[in-house]
Design a protein around this ligand. Structure first.
Ligand SMILES: Nc1ncnc2c1ncn2[C@@H]1O[C@H](COP(=O)(O)OP(=O)(O)O)[C@@H](O)[C@H]1O
Ligand SMILES: [Mg+2]
Length: 422
């Protein structure tokens, strides 16, 4: 979680995002008896990621679209970095807010480069500056500019389209990124990768991100803060993922978290945050006798065979080494490998299917960095629990009562929640 919050909306040096404040915002659609959003007051801290979650129809998209005024609030005001956006020119406002929707929402008849260049063009940037920015953004979202800039959206996979959508939203370097179910249309593996990428991108750009999802696990993974809504955008709990998992405000939140809250804690920790074990290493072409001798000496029961760039190829028991005679280094397609950026949840999945009950961890350029095992994961869970209990912080304000709670400087300042233990 990023530490610097600027209550004034003045961007701090390390944060390029701006604070957003929703004040008593209500949206009534014509012909509906109940408001879609009912008197919502909510502070969205600068440079942080706020996830809006809740069941279908609870008002998430309406809330998001009022922030960039794709939907006009019926009542209330929205303040961006100190300016009342309800009085701003809508087009100008939207240039200060990147907007990402499902499947990227790309223009089908324009190339990737043209799609990304939409806002810079409107802003009158010159061609060279636009071209440089397009390439820079494609690099940021892990697409090779040479390969992708002249393609059309239909020539891309769903995940690639989504990446271009993110690049387009970031094009003019807006302080705010609004995302509506951005990864809803891609398969689970691509989704996981895109989520990891968004985390990396955010570490670099430090935008204020408001992201709608109906997937609580995604909220835990991506959010600095999670806002849980019921119908009418009534805030049930607005707090850190850790706190919501540890102390759900009521039965609705508990139900929404679903089963396995303990396991979801694993989504909060990355493999890189856990101490890794060392492993015996060998090269293809080595003779079994020499390798077994080293394994005897070190007391280790498995050996990792690495290629000349340090990437794992095989993970063998003593028995397998003996049987091999000479190590072939032929890539084992079942090799349990996780990236150091993976969540412990994803790592655990990999470990559980591996016969060793552990996984090989790779870092930069897929080079081997160590071994993660179930014991170290269990220790990490225990440590995470302990730090949740002792954590002290000020949660952003969120309420539908219209009354701003007095800032008391203590954690868990969600005004709508009874029985806050802090
Ligand atoms: N354009 C519209 N006209 C009338 N009612 C709408 C319109 N858009 C959304 N609604 C209603 O407002 C409520 C909130 O919708 P929405 O913000 O899209 O919810 P969510 O994104 O949480 O699924 C729902 O009851 C929905 O039917
Ligand atoms: Mg929606």
């Amino acid at each position: 979680m990023s530490e610097s919050t600027t209550a004034t909306g003045e961007p701090a040096r390390t944060v390029s995002g701006a604070e957003i404040l929703l004040q008593n915002v209500t949206k009534r659609y014509p012909g509906q008896d109940k408001p879609a959003v009912d008197g919502l007051t909510m502070q969205i801290p600068a440079g942080q990621v706020v996830m809006l979650v809740g069941p279908s129809g609870c008002g998430k998209t309406t809330t998001l679209k009022m922030i960039n005024r794709l939907i006009e609030p019926t009542e209330g005001s929205i303040v961006l970095g100190g300016d009342d956006v309800t009085r701003m020119n809508g087009d100008k406002l939207r240039r200060r807010m990147g907007y990402v929707i499902q499947a990227g929402g790309l223009f089908p008849h324009q190339t990737v480069a043209a799609n990304i260049a939409v806002v810079p063009k409107m802003l009158g940037w010159d061609k060279a500056r636009i071209a440089a920015r397009v390439d820079e953004l494609l690099e940021l979202v892990s697409l090779d500019p040479e390969v992708y800039r002249d393609r059309y959206p239909k020539e891309l996979s769903g995940g690639q389209q989504q990446r271009v959508g993110v690049a387009r939203a970031l094009a003019a370097d807006p302080p705010v990124l609004l995302m509506d179910e951005p990864f809803g249309a891609v398969d689970p593996i691509t989704r996981q990768r895109l989520q990891d990428e968004l985390i990396n991108i955010q570490a670099e750009v430090q935008k204020t991100i408001v992201c709608v999802t109906h997937d609580f696990d995604e909220a835990v993974k991506l959010g600095d803060w999670i806002a849980i809504f019921t119908e009418g955008a009534h805030l049930v709990q607005y707090d850190t993922p850790e706190r919501i998992l540890a102390e759900p405000a009521n039965a609705f939140v508990e139900n929404f978290i679903g089963s396995g809250a303990g396991l979801k804690q694993l989504t909060l920790t990355r493999v890189a945050d856990v101490p890794l074990a060392e492993a015996e290493q060998a090269r293809p072409g080595e003779h079994a006798d020499a390798v077994l001798e080293r394994m005897e000496a070190s007391g280790r029961h498995h050996v990792v065979v690495l290629d000349d760039r340090g990437r794992p190829r095989q993970w063998l028991s003593r028995k397998q080494v003996r049987r091999a005679g000479t190590l072939t280094g032929e890539l084992d397609p079942q090799l349990p490998v996780v990236s150091s950026r993976s969540t412990l949840n994803d790592a655990l999945d990999t470990m559980l299917v591996s016969s060793a009950g552990a996984a090989l961890v790779t870092g930069r350029r897929d080079a081997f960095v160590g071994v993660i095992d179930v014991d170290s994961v269990m220790e990490a869970i225990a440590a995470a629990r302990a730090s949740t209990r002792s954590g002290d912080y000020t949660a952003p304000v969120g309420t539908n009562t219209g009354v701003l709670p007095a800032a008391d400087g203590h954690g868990g300042a969600h005004a709508v929640t009874a029985g806050d233990p802090s």
